[in-house]
Design a protein around this ligand. Structure first.
Ligand SMILES: C[S@@+](CC[C@H](N)C(=O)[O-])C[C@H]1O[C@@H](n2cnc3c(N)ncnc32)[C@H](O)[C@@H]1O
Length: 289
């Protein structure tokens, strides 16, 4: 392999393009910049700079993994979410841009709690990398959050991400089978639960099916298991005028709304993702409306 930055960019782009990757240009930039430690401007200002052998080798290995189908952010071991760099592990879902819809939906209600009480206690069910809780903490200096997951590995990664981004003092973690071990009262529950019906898992794109943890995807027979649990336990875990925001699969709005209605919640607002699909729902306890 060539050792100049420009040569490496050409080589990686050609390999990915020939292999049929739709985003070959963008992925080339992400891989080359990450593994060579260069920035976008370097490709223009110093394409002839020579990259040392260790970095070239690391890039070669990364390219081989990408050509074998591994998603680009899994190879990097990190992904940005809501402007925060987050480390990934094999037991954490790669946070998706669609989930930022949930953060945006939850922020105004969290700000309302802060203006009323001076704080907002947030419970993030199925926290994974900590993405949702940490995004909210990044926007709300007065808030604190508890991230819950069944995976000890995910919780360790979430805590690491909190520390890395400077929110460790306001973020704690709890290992729990969903709400089973959670105690206390929160102003706001947020959750992007596993919501794929078990029988659909095999139909998912290989990049998801093989590389995202099954436990982060499998929502049980009808995909609604974790919404059911959240709806059943929501009142116990919320203050009287508390709110609850969940991400949903694009076809689940009707079912999820019905489920929460059965447990005394009313839909306050819903939001679509950038593709225009239903993606996040905000509920309040019925008496609070
Ligand atoms: C769809 S992922 C969401 C991860 C992260 N919140 C995000 O939005 O990127 C669902 C998360 O729920 C966790 N999970 C699955 N089953 C669980 C259970 N029974 N109790 C607690 N957490 C669970 C998974 O480990 C995973 O981290």
């Amino acid at each position: 392999m060539t050792r100049t930055l420009g040569g490496l960019l050409d080589k990686v782009r050609r390999s990915l393009t020939e292999a049929g990757f739709a985003d070959a240009g963008l992925e080339t930039r992400i891989l080359v910049e990450h593994f060579t430690g260069t920035e976008r401007k370097d490709a223009i200002t110093s394409p002839d700079q020579v990259i040392d052998d260790a970095k070239v080798n690391a890039l070669e290995q990364a390219l081989a993994r990408r050509l074998a189908g591994e998603p680009v952010y899994r190879i990097l071991g990190e992904r940005e979410f809501y402007g925060l760099p987050l480390r990934l592990s094999s037991e954490t879902l790669e946070p998706r841009p669609d989930t930022e819809t949930l953060v945006e939906l939850a922020l105004p209600v969290a700000r309302r709690f802060i203006s009323q009480t001076g704080t907002c206690r947030i419970l993030d069910l199925g926290t994974g990398t900590g993405a949702i809780a940490l995004a909210l903490l990044s926007m709300l200096p007065e808030a604190v959050a508890l991230g819950v997951d069944i995976s000890a590995d995910a919780l360790a990664m979430a805590k690491n991400n909190a520390d890395m981004n400077g929110y460790g003092a306001r973020f704690s973690t709890l290992k729990s089978d969903w709400t089973a071990e959670v105690e206390g009262k929160f102003h706001l529950i947020v959750s992007n639960p596993p919501y794929i019906p078990t029988s659909d898992l095999e139909t998912l794109d290989r990049s998801v099916r093989v590389y995202d943890p099954r436990r982060a995807l499998d929502g049980g027979q009808d995909g609604l298991t974790f919404y059911r649990l959240t709806a059943e336990n929501g009142r116990r875990l919320l203050v009287d005028n508390g709110a609850l925001a969940v991400e949903i699969g694009f076809s689940q709005k009707k079912d999820v709304v019905e489920l929460f209605n059965q447990h005394g919640f009313e839909l306050a607002e819903s939001a679509c993702d950038l593709g225009g699909r239903d993606r996040a729902l905000l509920f309040v306890l019925a008496e609070a409306t």
